[in-house]
Design a protein around this ligand. Structure first.
Ligand code: SF4
Length: 483
């Protein structure tokens, strides 16, 4: 739990969505559908920037998509040609209103709206340099650093897409971007391809860019292809074109945790089904950590497919043995410890008739601090489970992530401090087994190049001194403060 909020321990990063229509169209309701489909990637704020004839209008606020986008507000936006949108979980910068995306920038050559998923690893250095040269930042996000760098390059480059491509030589880390200029939609993905980004086409010819294919489905778009790591795709009145000058310059490092936990199971990322990857994780777990048991149960939601995979591979029957109350969101605030304890029971509840008197294989996606897992095991015991064999469809978290999640420090990661058998004892399980790193690399069927840094400690890029998501909240140059 963080700040009294019910919490599963690790947060998604953000979701981005963009659409280009050659005709004026009612894009705002479509965008809200797309964001609803991406809600799992960020529940703290939502926003849209709609471009009509080069003039941007925005709706941006703290809250879920359904809270931020009322029908009246969407209708008031009217029609447009291009829109970009964002759901956010704050990986850099606090979750206050000024940090809500898309960012809207007016600059010498026009205007631009930008939505970013990921985290720069050199944002602090870039921002410090920009501030020394007089730049004034309005947010505490690394996304504004990207916007400043694009604007700076735009003054030198002949087009916005050339500016985005040039910025790829400057910014480092994880970024999937959708950008609207007065006449263009741009979708760009960092050369490592840490975060997903895909393209689709609606029957009316409009082109959609989105973090996940589930958002394409939500707006009736047919999947065209993924944006390649390092690619800049531009859509305008001349159609769609691509700059691949940054493709293939570094090995691919797609976040493996997108497949294990972040993404929706109905999404297909870089050609691989998330659902099937999770089932494969469960099958690997059954191979690596077999056990005699009566039933396999998954912790909803992201443990379910892995549990099915475990059951198929082991021959132990699968059953739905735990329900999740989908109406208790992450915004549920529980001010006292006892209310928080009760809140966990509100969110997850075992099905007694399924688990009572049984030896249960309980499959979940991760253990971060161990507190949530301990409560889940306790619940199963209270519901009468005779034995609980915990199986985790990811390797142990031992290192922070600098690429757009909130695991920003080793502190508190239980696997950093305890052995597997110690963790089993602490969470109250009869046995515990994690997916091996070797098998995590094979979740999509072959070793296609994953980032597994938080499980293995080997980072595909240089990393910053600190991953603290609030690092821009405090004074950066104390020596330069006014006396
Ligand atoms: S460090 Fe972990 S969570 Fe972060 S991008 Fe790599 S695999 Fe994903």
């Amino acid at each position: 739990m963080l700040n009294g909020k019910l919490d599963r321990g690790i947060h998604e990063e953000c979701g981005v969505f963009g659409i280009y229509s050659s005709q004026l169209a009612d894009l705002a309701p479509l965008v809200s559908f797309g964001l609803h489909a991406l809600q799992h990637r960020g529940q703290e704020s939502a926003g849209i920037a709609l471009n009509r004839d080069g003039v941007f209008q925005t709706i941006r606020d703290i809250g879920l998509v359904s809270e931020v986008f009322s029908r009246e507000k969407l209708e008031a936006l009217g029609q447009g040609h291009i829109a970009v949108a964002h759901v956010r979980y704050a990986t850099t910068g606090a979750d206050n209103l000024r940090n809500v995306q898309p960012l809207l920038i007016n600059h010498h050559k026009g205007s631009m709206a930008l939505a970013h998923n990921g985290n720069l690893t050199n944002a602090y250095a870039l921002r410090t340099e920009l501030e020394r040269r007089g730049s004034i930042f309005h947010t505490t996000t690394d996304s504004e650093v990207i916007a400043y760098e694009i604007v700076a390059q735009r003054l030198r480059c002949g087009s916005i897409e050339a500016a985005v491509s040039a910025v790829m030589d400057v910014i480092q880390g994880a970024y999937s971007l959708v950008i609207a200029s007065p006449t263009k939609l741009i979708a760009a993905r960092d050369p490592h391809g840490f975060r997903p980004l895909c393209l689709g086409k609606r029957p009316d010819g409009s082109i959609v860019a989105a973090s996940e294919t589930c958002a394409l489905d939500a707006v009736g778009a047919t999947f065209l292809r993924d944006v390649r790591p390092g690619e800049v795709v531009t859509v305008d009145e001349n159609g769609m074109r691509s700059d691949r000058s940054h493709c293939g310059i570094v090995p691919r490092s797609m976040c493996v945790f997108e497949y294990i936990y972040f993404a929706r199971p109905d999404s297909v990322i870089d050609g691989s089904s998330v659902c099937l990857a999770r089932q494969r994780a469960g099958a690997f777990l059954a191979q690596e950590h077999p056990v005699e048991a009566d039933v396999v149960v998954g912790v909803p939601d992201s443990g379910l497919d892995a549990a099915i995979g475990y059951a198929h591979a082991s021959g132990i029957p699968y059953a739905i043995g735990m329900t999740k109350n989908k109406y208790i969101g992450r915004t549920f605030i529980a001010p006292t410890q006892s209310e928080r304890e009760m809140g966990v029971n509100l969110k997850l509840n075992p099905i007694r008739s399924v688990v009572e008197g049984k030896r249960v294989v309980l499959v979940d996606d991760s253990i971060v601090r161990g507190t949530t897992c301990r409560r889940t095991v306790e619940m199963m015991r209270r519901a009468g489970a005779k034995e609980i064999h915990m199986r985790i469809s990811a390797p142990p978290f031992i290192a922070p992530c600098f690429y757009g999640t909130d695991i920003d420090s080793k502190k508190g990661l239980i696997a950093n401090q305890c052995t597997v058998s110690e963790i089993a004892r602490l969470i109250g399980a009869d046995s515990l087994g994690y997916l091996s790193l070797e098998h995590a690399n094979l979740l999509t069927g072959e070793d296609t190049g994953f980032c597994t840094a938080c499980f293995g400690g080997e980072y595909p890029t240089e990393i910053p001194q600190s991953g603290n998501k609030s690092r821009f909240e405090r004074p950066i140059h104390e020596d330069e403060q006014e006396s």
